[in-house]
Write a protein that binds this ligand. Structure first.
Ligand code: 13P
Ligand code: SF4
Length: 312
């Protein structure tokens, strides 16, 4: 039997739900019960009523699902599927950093560990970051961690002066404005869609800046037949599915590479998905206290997002 069929059969037998981020390989996206960006997946995980969540994304995403749905067993195909942003912000160092600013509230980008979330007032994703920041009074002192590019973008958009942790997504930060300018010159009518994890020089050239789901929505609705994408390649699978008549060109990470894959997201393969489901491991294990503390800022984010109609 084909591996995809075997996975689907096992999902049913084990009362398991497969959740996948848009950066997963197309074969995984196509068999997932839910595909989404970080915000959509966090929101969806709240309502999952199954024995197992098989999370195909990276570690912090699976951890988030466990925090908001602790009764469900959460498994992940590869424990090594990390994230350069989460790795940039170790709990001990962040604790010391936070102590330097005792009057500041902390907004954490969801791309961080559960331990960082326990030291956070509100979590945000790229889909709601500006609104979450704006939900604080204008004069509130704020720390934003761990994505410096996203933090700088929010500071520019809102006129705030948040203190920023110095972390980057190594996939998006590598994209250079030179490569974008070259592509724009070759494709003069193309629109540039960029993820806010990109550096400021790239964002300055963008026609649209948004989270993964927001870029997908824009690409589907827009009249533009040619689109340049400053983000991860996995996104193109859904874009092409939604609009087969449109052309999507991904900004290359460097001269030798025509695509940018997140090495962590791409650790998951169909074979690992099958093995993980069959053996019900590796499993995300978190202690009760961490879950209790990390849940608060995530729930707060979901509440603010619901009130602002950003999610249902
Ligand atoms: P979003 O899913 O919020 O767009 O984030 C992109 C990303 O880099 C996930 O790791
Ligand atoms: Fe982390 Fe960037 Fe990979 Fe997303 S794309 S998981 S932010 S390294």
């Amino acid at each position: 039997m084909e591996l995809t069929k075997k996975i689907k059969k096992l999902l049913k037998e084990k009362n398991a739900v497969l959740m996948a981020h848009y950066y997963q390989i197309p074969e995984i996206q196509d068999i997932a019960d839910y595909v989404g960006d970080s915000l959509e997946l966090a929101q969806k995980a709240v309502d999952i009523d199954a024995k197992i969540i098989l999370f195909c994304g990276v570690h912090f995403m699976a951890e988030t699902a466990k925090i908001i749905n602790p009764k469900t067993k959460v498994i992940i195909p590869d424990m090594e599927a990390g994230c350069s942003l989460a790795d940039s912000c170790p709990a001990g160092e962040f604790k010391k950093f936070k102590e330097k600013y005792p009057k500041h509230k902390v907004i954490s980008y969801i791309n961080c560990t559960a331990d960082i979330k326990t030291m956070t007032d509100v979590v945000c994703t790229s889909g709601n970051a500006i609104k979450i920041v704006e939900s604080f009074p204008k004069d509130e002192k704020l720390i934003f961690a761990p994505d410096k590019n996203l933090g700088e973008y929010i500071n520019r958009q809102t006129g705030r002066n948040m203190i920023l942790w110095d972390g980057v997504c190594k996939v998006h930060d590598l994209l250079k404005n030179k490569a974008v300018v070259k592509l724009k010159a070759k494709n003069s009518k193309a629109k540039l869609l960029a993820h806010p994890e990109c550096n400021a020089a790239v964002l300055e050239l963008a026609d649209f800046i948004g989270s993964t789901a927001q870029m997908l929505k824009y690409a589907k609705k827009s009249n533009s037949k040619k689109n340049i994408i400053a983000s991860e390649t996995g996104l193109l699978h859904q874009m092409k599915k939604d609009s087969p008549e449109k052309e999507f060109i991904v900004v290359p990470a460097d001269e030798t590479c025509s695509c940018n894959n997140c090495e962590y997201m791409k650790k998951n393969t169909l074979q690992k998905v099958y093995d993980c489901l069959k053996n019900e491991k590796p499993e995300i294990i978190l202690d009760k206290n961490t879950i209790k503390k990390a849940k608060k800022p995530i729930k707060k984010m979901l509440k603010i997002s619901r009130n602002l109609n950003l999610i249902k």
